[in-house]
Design a protein around this ligand. Structure first.
Ligand code: BTN
Length: 272
């Protein structure tokens, strides 16, 4: 009997197919796939400082020093995830940059929904399925000779098993849906959505209002009881009421622009 090789449970990304899937996108998008990297955010930030133009995307099959929000780390076994960073050079006024992390979260959650993953957003941009985190976003501002740039880093758990998750409140696409998707196709779907939403946002005179409406529809924090740890360490609690003009989360009588928001367990949406 012929011996057939078992299918690779974690096949590598296919750069040629990715290029073909993104060929209609144009607009300066260039994707580089690395077998291993410290942190794709660190690599793209360095390239931004050297003058790399808008649209560079660096993907790593394995990160050895992945960075998370609030000085946390981001770890994932090789080929279990999508870990990548994109270089953006926004043309919108600096005062509108705080909307970028929210735009990225909205685009990622929407792409996942297109791929049949029932994703929602915890403010500002943690992607959840139910109450479990499936993806995180780290946006960093970089100063360069060509002006300020934004490095958008995304980590999405794809085929991560329960015992491989960094915390027991996390999940992966495979755990949430019962099947591991083709990562090349999923990455193309996410990048396409990101580029489409970013370009539409930059071109729209009414961009803040439009994004606020779209974001509100997928933000599962709204209406929930939350505990907020502010950057200085102060803890405040209340009900998340809305998103203000600056993209901040309005919690009762105060607004949060940065900090760690926790959905209080056992407390669902508060209907007014
Ligand atoms: C979070 O803490 O939720 C944000 C996690 C962001 C992780 C991604 S993985 C790709 C990119 N490179 C990094 O070093 N971090 C981001």
């Amino acid at each position: 009997m012929p011996v057939t090789a078992a299918a690779d449970p974690r096949p590598p990304l296919d750069p040629d197919r990715l290029t073909a899937l993104l060929s209609g996108l144009g607009r300066g998008i260039r994707v580089e796939v690395l077998e291993a990297a410290t942190s794709t955010n660190a690599i793209v930030a360095a390239r931004a400082r050297e003058g790399a133009p808008h649209g560079l995307v660096v993907v790593a099959e394995h990160q050895t020093a992945g960075r998370g929000r609030l000085d946390r780390s981001w770890e994932a076994p090789a080929r279990s995830s999508l870990t990548f960073s994109a270089l953006l050079r926004p043309r919108v006024p600096a005062g509108e940059w705080p909307w970028l992390p929210l735009l990225a979260g909205h685009a990622l959650a929407t792409a996942l929904r297109e791929a049949e993953v029932p994703a929602g957003l915890k403010w500002p941009n943690d992607v959840l399925v139910g109450d479990r985190k499936i993806a995180g976003i780290l946006m960093e501002r970089v100063e360069s000779q060509d002006g300020p740039a934004a490095v958008l880093g995304i980590g999405l758990n794809v085929s991560t098993k329960t015992e491989e998750l960094p915390v027991d409140t996390a999940t992966s696409v495979e755990l949430a849906t019962g099947a591991a998707p083709d990562r090349t196709e999923l990455l193309a779907t996410i990048l396409t959505r990101l580029v489409d939403e970013y370009d539409a946002w930059q071109a729209d005179e009414e961009r803040t209002a439009a994004l606020r409406t779209a974001y509100t529809e997928v933000c599962v924090t709204l209406g929930r009881k939350v505990r907020v740890e502010l950057p200085g360490g102060e803890i405040r609690s209340g009900t998340a009421r809305g998103i203000d003009d600056g993209g901040r989360l309005v919690v009762d009588d105060f607004a949060v622009g940065a900090g760690d928001v926790v959905h209080v367990r056992g407390a669902g949406r508060t209907e007014e």
